[in-house]
Design a protein around this ligand. Structure first.
Ligand code: AMP
Length: 176
């Protein structure tokens, strides 16, 4: 079964990068064509009625799935990057981490009010990064349709936080 095959490739690494964290390594999924085909089909089917015009991938592992999905759907890909990495005029949104703050950016001209955008990342944890990314889409004046992730760490409440922050959107977890 494609789904079971894909899911079986996910590797859990205890105490990485910090004690107490179980890191979900999806790189074996990215390197397996059948697993990626399942992931891309699942996302494409789920959002088929949204008439997406752009995929916005969150640095860095959102780039792998996001760029592949954009190509699969024959629509454009837009990177959302850590601060200071994009070379032209950007919008910036700060968000809080366990210790301190970080910021992500998008090129101001990456999206327009005509765009219907799906955010993509590999893992949804607290939802802080995804919510900041959603704000960036809104700052561009585009319509945020939803968020697609491969895994949701349920106990951290990220999906609820995203749904409360962006009520008219759809959160899809491939291996939910
Ligand atoms: P958050 O802002 O807390 O939702 O964190 C989301 C970001 O951190 C995503 O870009 C994930 O790639 C990464 N991340 C958080 N927790 C994990 C984990 N346990 N395993 C793999 N990646 C994680």
């Amino acid at each position: 079964m494609p789904r079971e095959h894909a899911e079986s490739l996910i590797v859990e690494i205890p105490d990485y990068p910090n004690p107490g964290v179980i890191f979900k390594d999806l790189t074996p999924v990215f390197s397996d064509p059948a697993a990626m085909a399942f992931v891309l089909d699942a996302c494409a089917t789920h959002f088929a009625d949204k008439h997406l015009t752009k995929i916005a991938g969150i640095e860095a592992r959102g780039f792998m799935v996001g760029a592949a999905l954009a190509s699969h759907l024959n629509i454009g890909f837009v990177p959302i990057r850590k601060k200071g990495k994009l070379p032209r005029d950007t919008y910036r949104v700060e968000y809080t981490l366990e210790y301190g703050t970080d910021a992500i950016e998008i090129h101001k001209d990456a999206l327009t009010s005509a765009d219907h955008v799906l955010l993509v990342d590999d893992v949804l944890a607290t939802g802080g990064t995804a919510c900041a990314a959603g704000e960036l889409v809104n700052l561009c004046g585009a319509t945020l349709e939803g968020l697609a992730v491969l895994l949701n760490l349920d106990f951290l409440g990220g999906a609820e936080r995203f749904a409360q922050t962006f009520p008219n959107t759809d959160v899809f977890t491939v291996f939910g």
